[in-house]
Ligand binder design. Structure first.
Ligand SMILES: [Zn+2]
Length: 94
């Protein structure tokens, strides 16, 4: 469903995608049960999507750089200047 909607250009905002995944979780709870493997996988997807959207919402340019230029993303300039936030990612080398 998501792939079809992506190909159709139905997602005008990331919020619409997020709402679709929330509906999938809702429907899976009803049809498969709250503890089924499918529901657990969908909840995992929803949690990760929420984190990705949070990162994307912070700065879309930084988000794109993080995936396209992972070795340099934090030093590449963004069109709209913004504050730098330094944080150590979980699992990163110290
Ligand atoms: Zn940025």
């Amino acid at each position: 469903m998501i792939e079809r909607r992506l190909n159709e250009g139905a997602y005008r905002s990331v919020d619409t995608l997020y709402e679709d995944v929330k509906w999938m979780v809702h429907n899976s709870v009803i049809f498969n049960g709250g503890t089924s493997a499918i529901t657990k996988d969908l909840r995992y997807l929803l949690k990760n999507l929420r984190m990705e959207l949070y990162d994307l919402d912070s700065c879309a340019c930084c988000y794109i750089h993080a995936y396209t230029r992972p070795e340099l993303w934090f030093i590449l300039p963004c069109p709209s200047p913004h504050l730098l936030v330094w944080a150590q990612l979980k699992g990163a080398n110290e």
